[in-house]
Write a protein that binds this ligand. Sequence first.
Ligand SMILES: [Zn+2]
Length: 243
Amino acid sequence: MSLYIEQIEQLVVLQKVDTEMIGLERILEDAPKQLRNLQEKQAYLLQQQEVIQEKIDVLLEQKGRIEFEIENDSQKVKKSKNKLMLVENTKEYHAMMREMDNLEKMNRVREEELNNLLADLNDLEGRKESLQKDIDALGETISAQQSTLDQELADKRARLEILNKDKSHASEAVPAPILARYNFIRDRIPNPVIVPVSEGVCKGCNVVIPPQTFIDLQKGEQILSCPNCLRIIYWERHFSESE
Ligand SMILES: [Zn+2]
């Protein structure tokens, strides 16, 4: 095997490791985003629930006030009824009857108000409960995803560590100037760095390489780059022959 082929092979190994590492790093970055979305959704539902709770508190306060007023006026009516027996004056008797009548009328209005309020309260409690169910369900999903994610990320990190070792092995095998060229390109253009040329076409950018470059490439003497995308290129037949 010529030195040229050997170097290209080492670069292809390095490329394989780099490609897998890039994929893993992307997963490590994106995976927690999904979980964050769920957490944000849960926070939103909790906030909705708080708004409902505030309304419930207002209604409960109102309920207490109305119940107090009803009780208060009922007591007044009761006292008046007791006094009524003692009244001898007709005028006074009628005045008291009217007052009791008024109090009872007001209490009937209050009872109606109270019934409406209880219906609203019931409705709000129902909404709060259904929100709680959604919040609980989300919470379960979140904790399940959290543990899956933790495991997944731990696996990916372990794999990355192995790849890092593979990478330094592969890098050691590549002569320093060629490795520097590889790294220079890797830092500036999207993966991959090294690509085959098939039927005179660069597989990195799908553009036909100039005839002279293709002739030089087939000679297999020096490491060349695609003039269009700047990636390192190799003739695919060189590589399949060496395998
Ligand atoms: Zn190209």
